[in-house]
Design a protein around this ligand. Sequence first.
Ligand code: SF4
Length: 432
Amino acid sequence: MKAAFCTLGCKVNQYDTEAMRELFENAGYETVDFSEPADVYVVNTCTVTATGDKKSRQMISRAHALSPDAKIVVAGCYAQRSPEEVLAMPGVSLVIGAKDRLRVVELTEALGKEKKTAVGELKWEHTFEPLTASREGRTRAHLKIQEGCDRFCTYCIIPYARGPIRSRPLVEVRAELTKLANAGYKEVVLTGIHLMSYGRDLEKGVTLLDAIREADDIDGIERIRLGSLEPQMLTDEFVSTLANNKKVCRQFHLSLQSGSKTVLERMHRRYTPEEYAECVRRLREKMPECAVTTDIIVGFPGETEQEFEETLQFARDVALARIHVFPYSRREGTVAASMPGQLSRGVKAARASKLGTLAKELEQQYASSFVGTVQDVLFEEREGECVSGHTDTYLKVLIPADEDDLSNRFLRVRIEKAAEGVLYGRSEAEQH
Ligand code: SF4
């Protein structure tokens, strides 16, 4: 039996798809490309923007056109939020809720030869669903340690689609890290929908720092990279602990969303640009070379030219190393969807393009600051005549490839050039 998988949306979804793929493979299925005929297609959907919904529907239709008799299993945020809409689509056999992802194979097979539509349980489980980690090549794995969010930022559909906060218990985090170390992974990205909420539903006093510390004495795991963080939680103590931990990568994805105080208030983001800037200062004081990367939404309802200019200025002032730009997407059911001052697609596109240009400049500016330095690089794969890897600050590095297979090895690299945010250099000596 052949199964094909497709993921829309974020890293957390990628993680969930990988975990479901592993369950199918363990049950004897062969994974094939999504463009090939298969017996089962799993579409892990996204609803974070209207485009997410649209692309999810396109992938379902594509699978149905390719193999009209295949079972199509739909999971993820769009399916969770609009199960009836998904079920009504031709070819959909099963809509599966977050609670039932672990039973995906069993539920798919229970459909039997007689294809019928069934809905998995769409209620939330209040404990963490113990899916395994997703792996990226031989080097880096993503370990989801937290699910759900209860912040209800006014533009965001996630709390409705992903449910309440659930954290993976520390003993499981440790067991997964050990498994990944034994499988040869040197870098683990700790991910979650709202990572900073990690531990709130566990024993009193457990925080994200405890989950990070689990890796301290696990040989083989050399880098811990953190998923998205929020400014208000980066206290002095938190930053000092990160800075003193040799495994924590000096790249921090600190969600900004807007550099305008008034827009942040309307987004219900609970921090001001000044507080954000203070966190960046705190991080740089302890880790001067660290990369601060972010997400910014442009064209939020009522965003004036002046407010947008404030965002541009703020991004420049704090010298963000990388910006993921998102034009605001109206999601029915959120508070912002019914706010006055919805902007046209044209205005949002123009602002996204302007911020995108600035993002490229800042990326190159940050990368250039590494020219002449020597960096530890964890290499991943060959790219033509070169081999590529990343610094702990998540800058891509290319060096000329030699005969040796450098993947999953650390090398010290002298950086000679930076172009379009990518570093080029030569190896000095192997590290580990
Ligand atoms: S913190 Fe805000 S933006 Fe992030 S998932 Fe929660 S509600 Fe959405």
